[in-house]
Design a protein around this ligand. Structure first.
Ligand code: ADP
Length: 213
């Protein structure tokens, strides 16, 4: 597995100081534990580090690589993503529900006039809206969506292992696959180019287990 610069530094720290807690690794790198969590998950899942509750992380001298994690770290999101399911933020909640059915998906990416990602709505967000007194034909979907910057995204060149880690860690069913751009104000904005979902991971899992699947 190709390690990032930060992952390499984490491995060095654990090799020299392990067993060491995530907290202490974060201290040495002057980062927060939350920032390091995805790296530590990836390093543990791929077998570079061993994580033990209440003990911390140790370096695996004789590495027992999980073959599944190894495969997933070689595959790229861009090769497995499905088509984007996108709705304008001005669309009504009613129209978003119709789109959920026409696209046959469990969540929709919401975009602005420039086609850039502003939020995401899941089937449960939409179901919740139908329980109240909200006028589904009048209220725009942007009122109930989970909005930027709280959207967890992935990119075509990210590894499947990284994307799977995000799905699990953030307990969501889908990630918008995005290309990042910088707008006139210097902010990073995201164009939605696809979706990466738990269904794709399940299919991949079946394919890895049985190449004739
Ligand atoms: P459901 O709500 O139908 O179980 P999810 O588990 O995907 O579907 O969504 C749970 C919550 O997280 C919803 O409120 C949804 O708006 C939000 N959500 C879904 N996907 C993402 C994502 N990629 N980034 C941030 N929030 C998300």
């Amino acid at each position: 597995m190709e390690l990032t610069e930060r992952q390499r530094r984490i491995v060095e720290i654990v090799r020299d100081n392990g067993p060491i807690t995530g907290e202490h690794i974060a201290d040495q790198l002057m980062l927060t534990r939350a920032t390091l969590r995805p790296d530590l998950t990836i390093l543990s899942m791929s077998g570079v580090l061993e994580a033990r509750p209440r003990v911390g992380y140790s370096y695996r001298e004789k590495r027992k690589q999980s073959p599944l994690a190894e495969r997933m770290a070689l595959l790229r999101v861009g090769d497995f993503k499905s088509v984007a399911a996108v709705v304008r933020d001005t669309a009504s909640i009613y129209d978003a529900i119709v789109s959920l059915f026409t696209h046959n998906v469990g969540s929709l990416s919401i975009v602005n006039t420039d086609n850039m990602l502003t939020g995401i709505v899941s089937r449960k967000d939409l179901l919740k809206a139908t329980l109240g007194k909200t006028d589904l034909h009048e209220v725009p979907v942007s009122v109930i969506m989970t909005r930027m910057p709280n959207i967890i995204v992935t990119r075509p060149d990210e590894t499947v292992l990284e994307a799977v880690t995000k799905l699990v860690r953030h307990q969501v069913d889908a990630l918008p696959v995005v290309e990042g751009f910088v707008d006139e104000s210097g902010n990073e904005v995201f164009e939605v180019v696809g979706r990466f979902t738990k269904t794709i991971v399940a299919k991949l899992f079946a394919e890895i287990a049985d190449p004739n699947f």
